[in-house]
Structures are given as C-alpha cells and as structure tokens.
Design a protein around this ligand. Structure first.
Ligand code: CMC
Length: 459
C-alpha cells in the first residue's frame, strides 16, 4: 500500500522520459531528456549537456553516441535485423532489384511502375562520363589502386558538373544524386580497364544496371560480350546488400563532410576514402589477401591460432562486426548466393576451397563462437567476386558502387534535418600545459639517436 504513492511522487519529479546525472565531485545533479526512436535503444539527449553543465562526454569510435536522427535504415545488431525504410534486407535481396532499392532509399517508398520506369530512365541518362575524363584517367599510373582512382575521379566530378554543386537548390541536389548513382559503375569499370591498358567501353543503356556494370568490366571491343544472367543477378544482389548500412564510418564521413556545406561530389569522394580502409570496405580485399597468406588448408589451424593470440596483430578478415553481435543478415543472404555462384560456375579454385574450410572451422571454434565473431558480408562478397573474375583490387570498388546510394540518401537527409549542425567533435586533451617558447639555441640535445618511426610512435 505504501509503495504506490511513493512511486507516483517519484514519477512526478523523475519522468520516465529523462535521466538524472550526478557529478560526484560537486554533488550537482542535472536532468537530461530521453528520446526513443520508432524502434531501437532509448537514448540520452545530451545536446544541452555542455551548455548547461560545462561537461563533455568521451566516446572514441562513437560506440555509445547517436550522431543524428534518421529514417533510412534500422539495425538491431543483437537480433541480426537490417531494415531499409522498414523492409527487411532478406526480402529486398529476394524480391527487389538494385534500381528499386535505390529509389526506396532515396525517396522513402518503393516506386510505382511509372516511377520505376522514370527513375530507371533518368539514371540511364547519366551513365556517360564527360569525354575529358579520359585525359584525367591518363594522369594516373597504370598500376594505381582503383580505389585511389575512384577518390580522385569522383572528387573531380565537381570540377566538371558545375550545374549540380549548389546544395541550396533542390533540383541540383537531385541531379547530383542521380548522376553519382549512374556514373559510379562507369567510373569503377574504367579504373579497371585503365589498369589493363584497354579502351574504355561505352555504357549500354539497354542493359540493366548490373548487366551494364559487367559489360563495362569484362567486355572486349573485339568480341561480342554475352551476359551470364546468374552473374548479373548475383551482382545485383551484392549491390542491394551493400546499398546502405546506417551510420557506418564512410556514411558518417559523408555526413561530416556535408555538414560544412561541401558539394555532393566532394562528400562522396570522402566516403570512398573512408570505405577503403581494411576495417571497413577494404575488408573484402583483405579477405583474399589473407587467403593468399594462409595458402593451404593445412595452414588454417595455425592462422586461427594467430587470430586468437592477443600478442599477434593478425585478425581473421571478414569476421566480426561492430554492430552485429549475433549474425550479419547480409552475410546469410550472401552465403547462399556465394554457394549458388560457385555451383553454377563449377569453379574449382583452391582459394575458394580454403575460404569455405576457414568458414567451417571458425564457426565451430569456441573463441569465435563466444565472441560472436561470425563471417560478415565482406567474407562472402570477396569469394563471389573472385569466382566471377573480378581482380581483388576491384572488390572495394564494387562495395563503393553499391554504397553510393546510401551515402547520397544520408547526405540528402542531413541537408533537410532541422537539427543539423556542422560536425565538430570535442576532445580529451592530454598534451602539454601552456608553456613559453624556447629559442632553438637554448634547447637541450638528447644523447639518444631519435628515429622517425620513434617520433611517430610505433604501435
Ligand atoms: N579476428 C580475431 N579476433 C577478433 C576479430 C577478428 N576478425 N574481430 C574482433 N576480434 C576480437 C577482438 O580482438 C576483441 O577481443 P577481446 O575482447 O579479447 O579484446 C573482440 O573480438 C571484440 O573486437 P573489437 O575490435 O572490440 O570489435 P569492434 O566492434 O571494435 O570491431 C571489426 C569490429 C569489424 C572492426 C572487427 O571485428 C574486425 O577488425 N574484423 C575484421 C575486419 C572486417 O572484416 N571488417 C569488415 C566489417 S563488415 C563491413 C562493413 O560494414 O564495413
């Protein structure tokens, strides 16, 4: 009987939708509002924290920080759920196609048949690259990494398409968005053709997005290129599975770059740069490099041991995920596609056999099981792309082509967000306190020979 009124009284001062934080050093307390999304975790809204209290939060890697509000993609990492605009990735991969998924991400709803036709046509209208880009490509070394070329060429789009860099103009924003989606396969395929010293094939607009991508990658001007429908379907699926993934490193990079008002081409180039790292989109390439290093099935045990050894920096590439601590739903779909493609192509590649052996052993090993380190989407996409004949260096380019729509959708959403501000994180300063400048002749000389690597701080 006594408990109920106390609970009521407490509820009046401490409503459910707030948090009380106490500074134990001063005994002061503040109330911070809570926010709850349509789904997902409850959040502490700390926007006024610094202004009201002078206190900052410390969160390297943003493991506990929501940097924005968004209605594009929802992930429940514990349950292995990924939804785009409310639709599960499994359903999209099974029933949709990449163009439709692009429309959904960009505009929030699946297109009607008329909207689909008009969107497809508009994307096809922008597949060509300005002729002067040929000279631009020629400035790169033939052995340049295609991701290096992507960063340069996509950034350079802003030097060519001046009609779509005014971010205050809604039509220009749309033009830039469609252009980027349309031109990415052309830009990526040309990076590959350039490395081979081959002429740049023109896009063929009677083909679908993924067929055209295959055609530009693998056609030979002296022969008639036949599209294999199993491969184009698999490419379409890979693109859908990579289309968006909430506030990951590259998307956050695009948002951060865009928050200053930078033009869309520059923002997407920054996303590509971020994607390139081996902990992010570069992992699919790293998987194949790792398989080369492992070499044979007999060596798998040794490398599993290395991955578990804390004193060894080696990690199993293509395993683990920051958000998915159960399984990566994209990996489940990709695994099926991977086995399908290998069967249809009837490929007997020792590296692919090795990959499947590694998958089997890691899925049973207590270290990986206990830490919930499952194969992620990059593990399987690398294997499929290798089976199809993509060179390893093009794997992350394929990821970038698929992810462009996600980046563009987040950039578009950010510009419309009334809470949007220029991104400007703070820091925990651990450097020197203020001190007086010392003229060079009065500075002591150290006996120790100092090497540059020491100065940079070996890890
Ligand atoms: N091999 C061996 N151990 C691992 C691995 C791995 N691949 N991944 C994580 N661990 C261990 C890690 O050592 C740590 O152990 P402990 O708790 O004993 O210190 C524990 O698992 C948790 O790892 P973490 O580094 O704190 O996790 P994170 O969320 O910071 O990192 C990750 C996630 C994806 C960067 C990491 O799992 C990794 O480096 N994986 C390999 C690279 C890779 O495949 N990246 C592609 C990610 S999916 C595509 C994308 O969305 O970009």
């Amino acid at each position: 009987m006594t408990k109920a009124p106390m609970k009521k009284a407490a509820a009046q001062t401490l409503p459910d939708d707030s948090f009380t934080i106490t500074d134990n050093a001063t005994g002061k307390s503040w109330q911070l509002p809570a926010r709850t999304g349509v789904m997902g975790n409850r959040l502490m809204d700390i926007r006024r924290l610094y202004g009201d209290t002078g206190i900052l939060t410390y969160d390297p890697g943003f493991t506990s920080t929501a940097s924005c509000q968004s209605d594009i993609t929802f992930i429940d990492g514990e349950k292995g759920v990924l939804l785009h605009r409310g639709y599960s990735i499994e359903q999209l991969a099974l029933h949709s196609d990449f163009m439709e998924t692009c429309y959904l991400l960009l505009y929030g709803e699946l297109p009607t048949p008329e909207q689909k036709v008009s969107f497809d046509a508009d994307i096809k209208n922008h597949t060509l690259l300005h002729d002067q880009f040929i000279s631009f490509y020629k400035g790169f070394m033939r052995n340049a990494h295609p991701m290096a070329i992507m960063v340069g060429v996509v950034g350079a789009l802003s030097a060519f398409y001046h009609d779509s860099i005014d971010i205050t103009d809604l039509e220009q924003r749309q033009l830039a968005a469609h252009r980027l989606i349309a031109k990415m396969p052309t830009i990526g395929a040309y990076a590959y053709k350039y490395s081979l010293g081959m002429t740049f094939p023109l896009p063929r607009n009677e083909l679908s997005y993924s067929e055209n991508l295959l055609q530009m990658m693998f056609s030979n001007p002296a022969e008639n290129y036949q599209i294999n429908p199993v491969l184009s379907k698999a490419i379409d699926r890979i693109l859908i599975l990579h289309a968006d993934h909430e506030q990951n490193a590259s998307t956050s990079t695009v948002r951060l770059a865009g928050s200053s008002g930078a033009n869309p081409y520059a923002c997407i180039a920054s996303g590509i740069a971020s994607l390139w790292g081996p902990a992010h989109g570069g992992a699919n390439e790293a998987v194949l490099n790792m398989l080369s290093e492992i070499g044979t099935v007999a060596q798998v045990g040794k490398y599993i041991h290395k991955a578990k050894d804390k004193s060894d920096p080696f990690r199993l590439m293509g395993f683990g995920h920051r958000v998915y601590k159960n399984y990566d739903p994209r990996a489940a779909v990709m695994r099926n596609t991977c086995h399908e493609v290998l069967e249809v192509l009837g490929i007997e590649d020792p590296k692919l056999k090795l990959a499947l052996e590694l998958e089997k052993i890691a899925l049973e090993d207590p270290y990986f099981v206990e830490k919930k380190l499952y194969p992620n989407v990059d593990f399987y996409s690398g294997i499929i792309l290798k089976a199809m004949g993509f060179p390893t260096s093009m794997f992350t380019v394929m990821f970038a082509i698929g992810r462009t729509v996600g980046w563009v959708s987040h950039w578009k959403e950010m510009l419309k967000d009334e809470h949007q501000k220029i991104g400007r994180p703070r820091q925990l300063y651990l450097g020197q306190k203020q001190r007086d400048y010392m003229p060079i002749e009065r500075r002591g000389h150290t006996e120790k020979k100092v090497s540059w690597s020491w100065l940079w701080g070996k890890k």
